[in-house]
Design a protein around this ligand. Structure first.
Ligand code: AHG
Length: 285
């Protein structure tokens, strides 16, 4: 299986530059459809999904492919055993219009989808920033690579959240936050600097780089928040926990949340353990 997982990660690294190269021509172009979560799909989302589907679905040992942009899990194996891939091909694609950061998020599971975070054998995100980087959690450690000119170069091994947290970023409108989260946020604002860019990968990478906490919490209008467990919450939690941090849906690690459907949403909180412990205590009051 390790060979297949390595093949998957190498393929993501190989395809990501093509996804990036496809962005300029698709700026401001909507695909004219909604994804299974009811959000407008851009042409860039569709293009990224097609590129990853073709490349990852062709790998021997990959048996399922599910994407935030597709209703159902696609069977791509020949009935053999293998790994399943859950991907958000272009996370934060609404940032394309304003030319801000975006990402790709990938989870590799050794179980059928939807799979719990605990069943992920690897997870990775690509950040399309000034530099294209890929951060991978595999076998309990986190490595960051630079993807440049067709090469994948490790630039940081054993990545860990810094002990001295600096930044926070919370999604959702403040009046829509439940009171307990509102009170927690007021405290955090006095301790950390705001960094919020509207793409989870960019915001989480700030937390991984500087320490702190990212959240897209439960909202009054949306008790499960905005982000998807399978495509966003679980793989990002796998990376942050492997880097020595913590994750929570408000009560438990995101890796422990049992999936009930492919596109289910979940409140997401990730970061240094101290901030996640305080979050859970605040929500329990
Ligand atoms: P999408 O992939 O559909 O563009 O959604 C992006 C997600 C996530 O990346 C980000 O944290 C969040 O939506 C931002 O939402 P707001 O615009 O509500 O801040």
């Amino acid at each position: 299986m390790t060979d297949t997982v390595d093949d998957v990660l190498e393929t993501v690294a190989a395809v990501a530059p093509d996804v990036r190269d496809g962005l300029p021509g698709r700026r401001l172009t909507e695909a004219g459809v909604e994804n299974p979560s009811g959000e407008t799909v851009t042409a860039a989302d569709v293009h990224a999904d097609e590129l990853f589907f073709e490349a990852l679905g062709a790998i021997d040992g990959v048996v399922e492919y599910a994407s935030e942009e597709r209703e159902a899990v696609a069977d791509v194996g020949d009935g053999e055993d293998g790994v399943a891939i859950a991907i958000d091909p272009l996370d934060g694609s609404s940032n394309l219009a304003s030319n801000n950061a975006m990402g790709t998020i990938v989870g590799v599971a050794d179980d059928s989808l939807p799979a719990a975070g605990e069943d992920l054998v690897a997870a990775a995100y690509v950040l399309y920033g000034p530099i294209t980087t890929m951060t991978v959690a595999q076998e309990g450690t986190v490595t960051t690579y630079v993807l440049d000119g067709g090469e994948t170069r490790a630039v940081e091994e054993d990545v860990e959240l810094p002990d001295d947290p600096v930044v926070y970023g919370f999604g959702g409108r403040v009046p829509d936050w439940p009171d307990a989260f509102h009170d927690y946020a007021r405290e955090i604002e006095t301790e950390l600097k705001l960094r919020y860019g509207g793409a989870m990968v960019g915001d989480v990478n700030q937390v991984l780089s500087y320490g702190g906490v990212f959240a897209y919490p439960a909202l009054e209008s949306a008790p499960n928040g905005k982000l998807r467990l399978q495509f966003e919450g679980a793989p990002i939690a796998k990376i942050i926990e492997a880097a020595g941090g913590a994750s929570s849906d408000g009560e438990q690690s995101l890796l422990s949340v049992e999936p009930t459907e492919l596109h289910q949403r979940v409140p997401v909180h990730v970061g240094n353990e101290e901030y996640i412990d305080r979050l859970e205590a605040a929500l329990a009051d």
